[in-house]
Design a protein around this ligand. Structure first.
Ligand SMILES: [Fe+2]
Ligand SMILES: [Fe+2]
Length: 187
């Protein structure tokens, strides 16, 4: 038995993101200050776009490869990401004290609860069961880097890998180079 590692794996990172966003949504629902609600909604938009793009770039391909019915699960999840992004797009610029804002927050919460529950209860445990821990830790590193450079505005009509490559340029090994640059590691 090896020593228990304190390093976070990719599932830890993604699960923390989920709970931070759900917490923010609860704070939005509790707040009655329009400007605060608007600010928190902007944070939700940015964080969810980064998270979805990083998942699609580095986690969903692994799900496709390792999960039973991985292709179907990923197809379903990507469709839900687009549904989430459509909602986020509508939420952009809506006044924090309008009825439309409340409706969109409720809609977002409902889609997210379903999506997050599938990921955390079914897909992530399967990933952990089928991928060696060292690889899951490496994926955490890639996801963290991708989140730093990912788009922050929803693009509901375009595939997220295209959006990502358009923004940061194409190429295998790109994220490794970015990660080195971001951590100022010497090569
Ligand atoms: Fe997720
Ligand atoms: Fe997701």
């Amino acid at each position: 038995m090896t020593e228990a590692s304190t390093e976070q794996d990719v599932v830890d990172i993604l699960t923390t993101d989920h709970h931070e966003v759900l917490d923010l949504i609860q704070q939005i629902k509790r707040s009655s200050v329009a400007a605060d609600r608007r600010d928190m909604a902007d944070t939700v938009i940015t964080e969810l776009v980064r998270h979805s793009v990083a998942e699609e770039m580095y986690v969903y391909p692994a799900m496709r490869k390792h999960l039973q019915n991985g292709d179907e699960a990923v197809q379903h999840d990507v469709q839900e990401h687009k549904e989430i992004e459509r909602t986020l797009k509508e939420l952009e610029g809506v006044d924090g004290d309008s009825a439309q804002f409340d409706g969109l927050i409720a809609q977002l919460e409902s889609i997210l609860q379903d999506h997050i529950s599938d990921e955390e209860n079914e897909q992530f445990p399967e990933l952990r069961a089928s991928i060696p821990r060292a690889e899951l830790v490496e994926m955490a590193d890639k996801v963290n880097t991708a989140k730093k450079v990912a788009p922050t505005r929803p693009h509901p009509a375009a595939p997220n890998n295209q959006v990502f490559h358009k923004l940061v340029g194409p190429g295998v090994g790109l994220v490794d180079r970015l990660r080195d640059a971001l951590s100022k590691r010497s090569t």
